[in-house]
Design a protein around this ligand. Structure first.
Ligand code: SDX
Length: 428
């Protein structure tokens, strides 16, 4: 193992360098504080590897995304979402028999405890579905005590199956509740994504036939969103899990973090931005706002902490958008016209070129999901549904790591030095 030397206050400290399979090496600074009394400082974790992982690899400069070594475009093209779930969880693509068994095991957990229905009557009909998801996923730990002991691999596996299987059911329930329609129970004879579409859009009054083109497109969208290395919500799940919290609570924490508009909430924010722009002639006004340092407005769905090239998922997303709009006979979607024109202008603009800002996965997803019939408020719920397997795979990897300890970052303190109490009478 090679090493690096840093000099602190004239004292040289040797730190080991660890090599990865591919991608940047790391300087192991875990002994730095003990040897120097100093911390490193990296508030946004722009240069910090918080863990070792074998699950997902991103090369931001080249626009590469691999799940367990397989390129995202190949998985999206040839596989299905449950196959991707198996790959992320177990590290290898399943054989036909393994896939059939995995699909069967997930399918057997699609229903939720019937008393969960009562949670919904406590929410206002206009509650944001992400608020409902945070509440209900966290509440799963109140029902499934037989899968909260994280030291038991079998219980961890059952909890994982339950979350992958129940997220679509809870997401569909949140949607149905928001539109005042009765919940639709899962149909285990349908595939994972067709089952979800039926739970969202079927009504008791008539037969519902799943459109296979839309089901395939949404299944592919789930694959694109399944995992993404140590992003904010995954890091939240890992940190929550490092304290020994039960898996349902950890995933609820991940959902809460994903909700932010800088993260998974960007798909909802991006669509609202396109609707606000409205027509291509207003694009220059918004590009100017995005470039104005005094204006907090940002182009939602643009930019990424890691990708300084085109997000490979955005390309596949754009192709899927056209596929869905064609299937639905939507010839000219004004939102798509604005999005395509905005992308073309931004990618030629000096500001975006210099800052390496490209469309990310959230830029086109909203147009597709809206065309499928989902309200804007459900977009991040669908992101959370798909990302649940990534959170679980990363959480499991951490729990199974024998060197795992509770995560406890330190700080640079710039507050008041020690001072004595002053009574209210002395405060003037
Ligand atoms: C996701 O991490 C992941 O992997 C996340 C994700 C996943 O799958 O888990 O990929 C999913 O969250 C995608 C990102 C979705 N968010 C958005 O689309 C929101 C808009 N994007 C930005 O808020 C921003 O680009 C972030 C939050 C995504 C990244 O922020 P960074 O890495 O902290 O970058 P930054 O804010 O430091 O920006 C660098 C510069 C700044 O200008 P300067 O201060 O250097 O002059 O670029 C500018 C920013 O002002 N900038 C933008 C911009 N994004 C960055 N300017 C205008 N519009 C934007 N969208």
């Amino acid at each position: 193992m090679s090493s690096s030397t840093i000099s602190v206050d004239g004292k040289s400290v040797e730190l080991p360098v660890k090599e990865g399979t591919i991608g940047p090496s790391v300087v192991d600074i875990s002994k730095l504080y003990g040897q120097t009394g100093m911390f490193t400082y990296d508030p946004g974790f722009t240069s910090t590897a918080a863990t070792e992982s074998k699950i997902t690899y991103i090369d931001g400069d080249k626009g590469i995304l691999l799940y367990r070594g397989y390129p995202i475009d190949q998985l999206a093209e040839h596989g299905d979402f449950l196959e991707t779930c198996y790959l992320l969880l177990y590290g290898e693509l399943p054989t036909a028999a393994q896939k059939a068994d995995f699909d069967y095991r997930v399918t057997r957990h699609t229903m939720v405890h019937d008393q969960m229905n009562r949670f919904f009557t406590g929410f206002r009909r206009d509650a944001h579905p992400m608020a409902i998801m945070v509440a209900c996923v966290g509440a799963l730990s109140a029902f499934y005590h037989d899968s909260t002991d994280i030291s038991d691999p079998h219980q961890r596996m059952i909890a994982s199956m339950r979350m992958i299987a129940k997220m679509p059911t809870l997401a569909a329930m949140a949607y149905k509740y928001s539109i005042g329609q009765p919940f639709v129970y899962p149909q285990n004879g349908l595939d994972y994504t067709s089952n979800f579409l039926r739970m969202c859009f079927a009504v008791p009054a008539e037969e519902y036939k799943v459109n296979p083109v839309l089901s395939r497109a949404l299944d592919r969208i789930f694959i694109l969103h399944a995992d993404h290395e140590q992003n904010a919500s995954t890091s939240t799940v890992r940190l929550a899990g490092s304290s020994g919290a039960n898996p349902f609570a950890c995933i609820a924490a991940g959902i809460a973090c994903l909700w932010g508009p800088a993260h998974g909430g960007a798909n909802e924010a991006a669509l609202k931005m396109l609707e606000e722009i409205g027509t291509p002639d207003r694009i220059p006004e918004y590009i100017a706002k995005a470039k104005d340092k005094n204006d907090p407005f940002r182009l939602m769905g643009f930019g990424h902490r890691v990708y300084k090239n085109y997000d490979p998922r955005a390309r596949i997303m754009q192709k899927t958008t056209h596929e869905v709009l064609n299937e639905l006979g939507i010839k000219d979607d004004p939102l798509l016209d604005v999005a395509v024109e905005l992308e073309q202008i931004a990618l030629k603009d000096e500001y975006f070129v210099e800052k390496k800002l490209y469309p990310n996965i959230d830029f086109y997803s909203g147009i597709t999901l809206k065309a499928m019939g989902f309200p804007t408020s459900m977009f991040t719920v669908l992101f959370a549904l798909a990302r649940t397997v990534g959170w679980i795979a990363q959480w499991s990897e951490m729990i199974e790591d024998p060197s795992q300890r509770i995560g406890r970052p330190r700080q640079l303190y710039t507050g008041s030095p020690e001072r004595d109490y002053v009574t209210v009478a002395q405060r003037g």
